[in-house]
Design a protein around this ligand. Structure first.
Ligand SMILES: Nc1nc2c(ncn2[C@@H]2O[C@H](COP(=O)(O)OP(=O)(O)O)[C@@H](O)[C@H]2O)c(=O)[nH]1
Ligand SMILES: [Mg+2]
Length: 448
């Protein structure tokens, strides 16, 4: 193990565990693998919150930007303790190489990389990029590599060097998706690097960009080194924001032949590692906060569903009462209409029968009453029937309109909501516990 303090290791290990556990809580759930176990993400998707709630990543991503030969790949190899990236004065990295720790040494091509890191899905949209996208998986867990993914970027050069894909745009895209951006300027910093830095400064990522001057041991004379530093700083001043607070620590990789002994040139390589550890720490805290916020969002959505269901049930009850009343009115009007028409028919029958042999029914008192009624109301009947018909139709139509039911949850759905709510409450408790444990670890490390 080269150069990592014990405290860094403790924090890295605690961070790795917390990020892994949070990832599990979103994915497989509280009791991963148990039948019926569901994670936060599954619950969020089932509640229609797929867009709001995203599964956080298990690791932080650190992108290294700089001109060709600035020592980006060498730094990654040094950090990992293995030669996973090609290095050299030739232009070795024309594309993006992601370096991550895994169970076995493996190299993935573009398609497999996008499947491995699902957040990279849209990166495939840059024409010509996929054939220049690789992942190097290694078993190393040196320093904080267990919870860091490195993104080695195309070496930037000036002149008419043709990149097989839009290099600046893809770096900008990547900048949106990583947690930390390390910009390496070596003594031969090129214009293209300056342009990329300027563009990065025009985004909202200022707080995640950190600048270093790499390969400082190449300029052994202190005055020459100061001159290079001033040159880079002046060149940058017009391109970056808050340039007054600009700081450009110098570093170089410890020489293997002299066992990494200091050569009199200030070496801020531990500061580079420190920035990575700080980013891990911040990401863990952000992810923990996110977990708590997501639990609250899901509980609020569940509560809203329940309230909506209760409101729908109340609305349905009120509508049923009103609808039933209108339907009853319509039915009554229909009965009256039938009665009026029936009476009219009976009167007509008896009227016709009076000319012939009078039946016993028609000669009855009731029939005579009907006959006299019919005679008087005969002219009014069409209006009465029409009015009643209108009432039947109006009340019937109104009943149909009013008697509409809002959807309500059935028992199974209600039970599922209860289960979701219980799971989310337990996840929130776990989040609280993880928070406490993590800060206890940080406090213990600081006390040492
Ligand atoms: N003197 C010195 N050389 C370095 C240092 N880091 C990298 N190099 C050399 O610089 C060359 C380019 O490095 P590389 O990592 O391929 O640069 P990249 O193009 O930015 O990835 C290689 O020959 C490295 O051995 C350093 O800190 N000091
Ligand atoms: Mg390289």
């Amino acid at each position: 193990m080269n150069g990592t303090s014990g405290a860094g290791e403790v924090i890295a290990s605690a961070s790795e565990q917390v990020l892994k556990r949070i990832n599990e809580l979103y994915g497989a759930g509280l009791s991963a693998g148990a039948p019926g176990a569901i994670g936060l993400k599954g619950i969020a998707d089932a509640l229609g919150l797929a867009k709001q709630i995203r599964k956080p990543r298990k690791k932080i991503s650190v992108m290294i930007v700089g001109n060709h030969s600035a020592g980006k790949s060498s730094f990654i190899n040094w950090y990992i303790g293995e030669r996973v990236c090609k290095t050299g004065v030739a232009i070795e990295t024309r594309g993006f190489i992601l370096c991550t720790s895994g169970r076995k040494r493996e190299t993935l091509t573009g398609d497999a990389t996008i499947r491995y890191f699902d957040y990279l899905e849209d990166l495939g949209g840059f024409q010509g990029l996929l054939p220049n996208l690789f992942t190097e998986i290694t078993t190393s867990t040196e320093r904080s590599f267990a919870c860091v993914d490195f993104v080695d970027t195309p070496g930037l050069v000036d002149g008419d060097m043709k990149y097989p894909f839009p290099v600046k745009d893809s770096i900008m895209w990547m900048a949106d998706h990583v947690d930390l951006i390390l910009v390496f300027f070596d003594p031969a910093t090129c214009k293209r690097t300056m342009e990329v830095v300027e563009q990065l400064n025009n985004t909202h990522h200022l707080e995640k960009i950190h600048y270093f001057m790499s390969k400082a041991d190449e300029v052994t004379d202190e005055r020459d080194r100061q001159r290079v530093l001033i040159q880079i700083t002046q060149n940058l001043a017009t391109r970056i924001r808050n340039s007054h607070a600009f700081n450009l620590p110098t570093f170089y990789l410890p020489h293997e032949d002299d066992g990494g002994l200091p050569c009199g040139i200030p070496n801020a390589i531990e500061d580079v590692c420190g920035e990575i550890d700080k980013a891990i720490n911040q990401t863990v805290q952000k992810t923990l906060r996110q977990l708590k916020a997501d639990c609250a969002t899901i509980q609020a959505a569940i509560e809203q569903r329940r309230q909506q269901d209760a409101a729908n049930r109340e609305t349905n009850a009120a509508r049923t009462a009103r609808g039933a009343l209108l339907a009853a009115g319509s039915l009554l009007a229909l009965l009256l209409l039938a009665g009026a028409l029936g009476a009219r028919a009976a009167g007509a029958v008896c009227g016709a029968a009076s000319g012939a042999a009078a039946s016993s029914v028609c000669s009855s008192g009731l029939a005579q009453a009907l006959r006299s009624w019919d005679a008087r109301l005969d002219e009014l009947l069409p209006f009465i029937a029409g009015a009643l018909m209108c009432v039947v139709l109006a009340l019937g139509g109104a009943a149909k309109v009013v008697w509409r039911h809002e959807p309500v949850l059935d028992r199974r759905q209600q039970k599922r909501l209860e289960e979701y709510s219980a799971v989310v409450a337990r996840v929130a408790q776990q989040a609280e516990l993880l928070y406490e444990q993590y800060f206890l670890t940080l406090a213990n490390v600081e006390e040492r």
